[in-house]
Write a new protein. Structure first.
Length: 104
């Protein structure tokens, strides 16, 4: 049995923070604790070819490209001076997004 010490939601995916045998903490996707998750099969060959992965990368690169051809900002640009630093955490309580049935 594993001790769950926290639940969180990131990107719409539920995660559990567990205490491992050596006492360290690990964050794992909640689906890994569901019935049948141990039946997943690891295959020798990947399900996606390198060509498919490269195509996915190109799609992501195009969708994230900024005007002017920049791939990522070095600072806030013209909006930089308009931003004030936060004075406290902007995260909500990790459990606040979970429903009564544990769904994120």
């Amino acid at each position: 049995m594993v001790q769950v010490v926290a639940r969180s939601c990131r990107g719409g995916v539920a995660h559990l923070t567990i205490v491992q045998c050596d006492g360290t903490l690990a964050k794992i996707p909640a689906w890994m604790t569901e019935q049948g998750s141990g039946e997943a099969v690891v295959v020798r060959d990947p399900a996606l070819s390198v060509a498919a992965l490269l195509e996915a990368r190109a799609i992501l690169d195009r969708s994230l490209r900024l005007p002017g051809g920049e791939s990522s900002p070095d600072n806030g640009g013209e909006n930089d001076s308009n931003q004030s630093p936060s004075t406290a955490s902007v995260r909500c309580h990790p459990r606040s997004r979970w429903t009564a049935d544990g769904v994120c």
